[in-house]
Design a protein around this ligand. Structure first.
Ligand code: NAD
Ligand code: WQD
Length: 366
């Protein structure tokens, strides 16, 4: 039995693919749209290998409203959207800001316009902890609660906080419009999910993170060191005021994060809260040195690193206070850093070329 239908924009990407899998496993119908700008079509095969179900897929650009319209026309049963499609490289966002606003903000506007035309009323949006900027500028805001004032310090983060506002205004407008027409309008709902640092892979070793081009996030870089594609990790600064001098982040297993989307969507459908922001993090902070150690333990040997200057724009501590999601969504992380490191290593070993190769034989023979 299908419990609902979801358009997953950006669904062949890292977090989107795991969320599509979680949705299929929870008996949602899934329609993925993605331009494949930063992902591979092979993801669809892997999702099917694991779940036994194949999501529908359309290659389209999220800024192309007419193309989105067509998908909704072909799938009139879609009543929910989970929106991952975006550009996400912080450094690049400062170099080509207009492209980031065009895709991240313009793409969201196109999607919301198409949703409005087709009366698709629930949206779950991939926001980011980066919207908080440096929360240490306030007293008592670490770990970071949702009421921490937002203040992104880079272009990418500003596209995310802008889309949060766009969605909030749109849901409010649609609710008001419905009320004026004598209806409740409560079918219009949005979840703004502020993720902390996603990492890890599927425990099967056949789904994981495979960014096209050079990675810039810590774990994919560490994986390259472990597999010999990179000589050493450059540690960006050991002069922060943390226990070992390196910066603190809240790393969250992508399976826990994907489940967060499922429970947030279910909450919107059940409770009709309007617009809600939730932090999705573990509540535990780990330093860069903690991560080098944890991943080294999974790999079975120490990983080479060299301390260099701080990376411009980095902050000391981004650790979530996830108690709102714990309470309202009954969601908390279940997997540990060790689980994430173990799964990432399995994915890396099995797929040295990422999705650009067939799945390991045992999966094809089963
Ligand atoms: P990803 O790059 O793996 O996934 C994004 C997907 O969007 C890709 O498949 C890409 O091809 C697609 N896409 C990009 N531009 C598009 C366009 N114009 N039209 C259609 N599709 C397009 O990234 P991810 O890590 O899975 O991130 C997913 C979402 O979560 C993004 O919105 C990102 O900003 C947000 N986010 C990511 C992190 C993180 O650390 N990975 C943290 C917080 C928030
Ligand atoms: C983690 C820690 C680095 C690489 C970014 C975005 C954020 C969100 C997640 C999308 C930091 C250190 C890293 C390296 C290092 N993405 N590091 N050497 O910066 O916390 O967050 O990704 O929304 O918006 O800003 O993640 O993985 O880049 O870095 O020492 O080669 O590892 O300084 O302390 P970050 P990251």
């Amino acid at each position: 039995m299908v419990v609902g239908s979801v358009l997953v924009a950006g669904g062949t990407g890292y977090i989107g693919s795991f969320t599509a899998l979680a949705l299929l496993e929870a008996d949602y119908k899934v329609v993925i749209v993605d331009s494949l700008y930063n992902s591979s079509i092979e993801v669809i095969n892997r999702i099917e290998l694991i779940s036994g179900k194949r999501p529908a897929f359309y290659k389209l650009d999220i800024t192309d409203e007419a193309a989105i319209d067509k998908v909704f026309d072909e799938h009139p049963d879609i009543d929910n959207v989970i929106h991952f499609a975006a550009l996400k490289a912080v450094g690049e966002s400062g170099e080509i800001p207009l492209e980031y606003y065009r895709v991240n903000v313009g793409g969201s506007v196109a999607l919301l316009r198409s949703m409005e035309k087709h009366n698709v009323t629930n949206v779950v949006f991939s926001s980011s902890a980066t919207v908080y900027g440096d929360a240490t500028r306030f007293p008592n805001m670490i770990p970071i609660p949702e009421h921490c004032p937002i203040g992104p310090t880079n272009t990418y983060g500003r596209t995310k906080s802008t889309v949060e506002s766009v969605i909030t205004d749109q849901i409010e407008a649609q609710r008001n419009k419905a009320k004026k027409a004598g209806k409740s309008g409560e079918e219009w709902n949005a979840a703004l999910l502020r993720y902390f640092n996603p990492c890890g892979s599927h425990p099967s070793g056949i789904m994981g993170e495979d960014p096209l081009g050079v990675p810039y996030n810590l774990l994919p870089l560490l994986a390259q060191v472990a597999i010999g594609k990179r000589e050493k990790l450059l540690v960006f600064g050991d002069d922060y005021s943390s226990k070992d001098g390196t910066a603190i982040r809240d790393y969250i297993h992508v399976l826990d994060l994907a489940r967060g989307h499922l429970v947030a969507l279910n909450y919107l459908r059940e409770h009709h809260p309007g617009v809600k922001a939730w932090n999705l993090g573990s509540g535990r902070g780990s330093t860069v040195f903690d991560m080098i150690k944890a991943f080294g333990a999974a790999v079975g040997h120490d990983l080479a690193y060299q301390v260099v200057e701080r990376r411009p724009g980095d902050v000391l501590d981004l650790t979530a206070n996830p108690s709102l999601a714990n309470k309202e969504l009954n969601w908390k992380t279940e997997l540990t850093l060790e689980d994430a490191c173990r799964d990432l290593w399995k994915w890396t070993k099995n797929n040295p070329n990422g999705y650009n190769q067939s799945p390991p034989k045992e999966f094809l023979e089963e």
